[in-house]
Every structure is written in structure tokens, then in C-alpha cells.
Write a protein that binds this ligand. Sequence first.
Ligand code: NAD
Length: 248
Amino acid sequence: MERLVDKVALISGAARGIGAAVAARLHGEGAKVVIGDVLDAEAKETAERIGEGALAVHLDVTQPAEWESAVSAALLEFGGLDVLVNNAGIVNFASIEDYSLEQWNTVLAVNLTGCFNGIKAAIPALKKSKSGSIINVSSIAGIRGYEQIPGYTASKFGVRGLSKSAALDLGRYGIRVNSIHPGVISTPMTAGMTLDMSHVAIGRMGHPGEVAGLILYLASDEASFVTGAEFVIDGGDTAGTVSVPGQS
Ligand code: NAD
């Protein structure tokens, strides 16, 4: 199947984890993909692994000028831009009592302002697309609160709100904007964390490829009437707590 033939996608934070899986999946459906990341060597390896039609560019999402360069690379190399996936993200931990202003500013700069910068840079190119789509990677921490990650939670709630506002402003240009809200996904971000998934309906972490499938749908013309919406992909985590009698 080729659900993204003739489309060009720019994915931030795509050197590894969910972003790399998204780049591979969109490419597999016919898209040309631009892989933007601060991890230059890993981004290049990911692009080489995907093959022809994948390009790695240096992109720090906190820097508007680097977003301009990434969009220009998509236009120069592949002739346009149809899909933007704001995926780059970081997390840091402390109770709100101990959480520093520096921690706050760092995580907000990448997760929320980075997303804003990406949208701003991509709008002129997406306006020229027949069917522009922006997918912002939030989290279930953008749906409900979590302890020890005040900045991350605030940033992901912010991404959800930004997505809705941008959807209203950009619909007139045929540009759709949606947010997605993964639960715990097995990636370098969660590697080393001890996470009990027994309370979750599906009972396990998600895989990056499962998130990529949802992003593929939102990137494609199959989602032509979908905008300003939020998509939870969490194995049932936010639906409630599973408690099986006899098991702990
Ligand atoms: P990851 O750490 O494996 O990948 C994140 C990527 O973003 C890395 O390649 C990193 O280099 C890049 N990045 C970090 N700062 C950047 C910057 N300033 N500019 C450009 N790139 C930058 O993490 P992941 O789990 O694949 O996370 C991807 C997205 O999914 C993030 O937004 C994250 O918050 C979100 N998310 C992850 C989970 C999870 O459980 N893994 C759950 C919900 C949401």
C-alpha cells in the first residue's frame, strides 16, 4: 500500500524512538521524509537505513532559524512539504517543590516552544500543499496530571491547546492540525525506567511502530475531515485502572 504517494514529511526528533519509526513508516507508504534532530550521527544512520527519499538535517527545535533551514531542505530536495510531525521531546524529573526554573525552561523550550516554532516555519510551505497535515506529539501527560514531571505535563497540555488553536486558524488553508497522546512507549526515553504496566488494559508498553500507525493515518488523506482533535494511544491507561482479583 502507498497511502502517502507524492507527499513530503518533516519529522522532528526522528533520529531514534517514535520519530524514527514514524519516518520509516511514512516512507514505507510512499512519502519522502526529512529527519530533523540534534543527534546528527544517529539521524544520518536512520536516514541511511530508510534509504533513498530520506534526508537527515540538523535541527534543534528551539531555534527558529534551524526550522527555516529544515523546511528549505524539504523544498529543495523534495519539492514541497505536506506533513509536519512535531515529535521532538525531552523529560526531566522532580517534585514541584524541588523543580527548578531551569528545568522548567528547558523542557518548555523543546516540547512546547519547539512545536510552535515548527508550526510557524512550516505554514508557508503547507499552504501550498493540497492537503497539509500537522501532527503534534503530546502525551497522556497532556490529558491528565502526573507527579514528578510538572514541566513535562505542562508542556504536553500546552501542545494539546496549541494544536486546537492552530487547527482553527489553519483550516481555511486546508491544513489540518491534530495532537496525539501516547501512553508509555518503549523507546530510549523510557529505557531504564521501572514502569509497572499491570494497571493498563493491554498490560504492556506500546511500541514505536504502533504510534507510527496512528500518525500515518493522520498524515494521510484518509483523515481529510479530521482536525483539532486529540488521539489517545495508551493501551487503555487513561480509560481506568485494571484490577484483576487474585493478582497483585
Ligand atoms: P526519544 O528520547 O527516544 O526520542 C526523542 C528524540 O528527540 C531524540 O532523537 C532526541 O535527540 C530528539 N530531541 C531532543 N531534543 C531535541 C531538540 N531540541 N531538537 C530536535 N530534536 C530533539 O523519545 P521518544 O520516546 O521517541 O519521544 C518522542 C516523543 O514522544 C516526545 O515528544 C515524547 O515526549 C513523546 N512521548 C513519548 C512517550 C514514551 O513513553 N516514550 C510517551 C508519550 C509521549
